[in-house]
Design a protein around this ligand. Structure first.
Ligand code: UDP
Length: 250
């Protein structure tokens, strides 16, 4: 991976990576200890001089489509989901500032008393000053996800790559939890991800990254030091990129 040429990257965090797991985590939707660990990963990368945008999901608190299935009108449920992402954004901001990393939250849904509205040029200025900018509320419209929000912000902010921090270490040719011997791709093309319907990000997010030639790096953010390692071209990940760069290496 041409890590050395990356200057500005966007980290997409699923809501679930902020959740407490198992007994110790107490099942908290936002576990302060887990959030602090994730913040440290971000701080370590920031300290290396990268400009960092972050987009947080909300699935640990509320997912529009699940609520819609239970009878809440879809658009309303999605707005509730977007509000959940603002809560997560504030939690990550708090954790970052507790370790001395200046951070701004910008929401796609203006919420003047809580955070800044999304203003691209202002976000640009924050990044130039070395602040981490967290983008909340996805794209600000229902029927989208924060994956699409991440792809959109990565394009708008001219990020060199979109890092998708999840709890798996890449993209597999089959579900590794169900299929013994499922193999992880080192690199794969955007088209292959879309045509094989591989669960990387939703299709509109992958298409937006493809159209703007923004590689997607899928990696496990729960593993300590992994974000920095993957950025340095080490660690385990899958890079989704233009077909001519990727030869679907397993
Ligand atoms: N959402 C939305 N529009 C957006 C982003 C998010 O409607 O642009 C809603 C949607 O209901 C979604 C919820 O917010 O289910 C939480 O976001 P997401 O599912 O993307 O979170 P993640 O899976 O990354 O935790």
């Amino acid at each position: 991976m041409p890590a050395a040429s990356f200057k500005r990257v966007l980290l997409k965090l699923s809501g679930e990576v902020l959740m407490g797991s198992g007994e110790g985590g107490g099942g908290l939707a936002i576990d302060p200890a887990v959030t602090a660990r994730v913040a440290q990963e971000i701080a370590d990368v920031r300290a290396q001089g990268y400009e960092l945008c972050v987009v947080v999901g909300g699935g640990n608190i509320f997912r529009g489509i699940s609520a819609a299935a239970k009878g809440i009108e879809r658009a309303t449920a999605d707005y509730m989901g977007m509000l959940a992402t603002v809560m997560n954004a504030l939690a990550v901001q708090n954790a970052l500032e507790q370790i001395g990393v200046e951070t701004r939250v910008q929401s796609a849904i203006p919420m003047a008393a809580v955070c800044e509205p999304f203003i691209r040029r202002r976000a640009e200025r924050h990044l130039q000053k070395g602040r981490v900018v967290i983008f909340a509320a996805g794209v600000g419209s229902p029927y989208f996800t924060t994956d699409s929000g991440a792809a959109l912000r990565a394009a708008e902010m001219k990020c060199d790559a979109l890092f998708k921090g999840t709890s798996v270490d890449g993209v597999y040719d089959a579900d590794p939890k169900k299929v013994a011997g499922a193999r992880r791709y080192d690199t794969i093309g955007f088209g292959a991800v879309l045509s094989q319907d591989l669960k990387v990000m939703d299709a509109s997010a992958v298409a937006l990254c493809r159209d703007n030639n923004i590689p997607i790096v899928v990696f496990n953010i729960r593993e300590h030091g992994n974000f920095a390692a993957v950025l340095a071209g080490q660690g385990t990940s899958t890079i989704v990129q233009a077909e001519e760069m990727a030869d679907a290496r397993l």
